[in-house]
Design a protein around this ligand. Structure first.
Ligand SMILES: [Zn+2]
Length: 181
């Protein structure tokens, strides 16, 4: 299995936060975030939720720093997370799967989530470069993304945001044209 795929944990967590709506506001929404990660199941309390929200803010700050060109801050914060949430690799073949690596088996849900997410992000940056971390530039969207285009040209989290922004830019240009006439 590809360790960099653990970086999806970062995207899934950080993008629960939208300027218009926070979809990590209670234990039900936390349970929903974790449903596709059975190995991350465990006891969920208000403290778990609070820890996950703090982790979300820390993860976001790494992307915000990287996207603004402040590599030193981004790496510093990621290194802090790697130290705070060390991995303890174990082989597992749960639920009839082939043997595969689990990065950590012990600890609370946020600890395990953080260990997987930080390691995944570290591998992703090692493989593809820190300039691949981005924050959507569309108005009203703050989603983060990994730029996987050949020429590092991604500016928006989704086709939807790209389309919306192109329409807005076109309108702005038309208005400009009208003013100078
Ligand atoms: Zn977006």
């Amino acid at each position: 299995m590809d360790l960099a795929s653990y970086a999806d944990l970062v995207i899934e967590l950080v993008n629960t936060q939208d300027p218009a709506e926070d979809s990590l506001k209670d234990l039900d929404s936390l349970r929903e975030l974790l449903t596709i990660r059975p190995h991350l199941s465990g006891r969920l309390t208000r403290d778990t939720l609070q820890a996950m929200r703090e982790l979300r803010a820390e993860m976001r700050s790494i992307f915000v720093a990287a996207a603004s060109g402040d590599e030193a801050t981004a790496i510093d914060r990621l290194n802090t997370l790697l130290i705070q949430h060390p991995i303890h690799p174990q082989m597992s073949n749960h639920d009839g799967q082939d043997w595969h690596i689990h990065l950590t088996e012990g600890g609370s849900v946020p600890d395990r989530y953080a260990a997987g997410a930080a390691m995944g992000l570290a591998v992703k940056i090692s493989d593809h470069g820190i300039e691949r971390l981005g924050v959507c530039q569309a108005d009203g969207c703050s989603n983060i993304y990994f730029d996987e285009t050949k020429n590092s040209s991604k500016r928006y989290c989704s086709e939807r945001c790209a389309g919306r922004s192109n329409v807005a830019a076109l309108r702005a240009r038309r208005l400009d044209g009208a003013d100078t006439r």
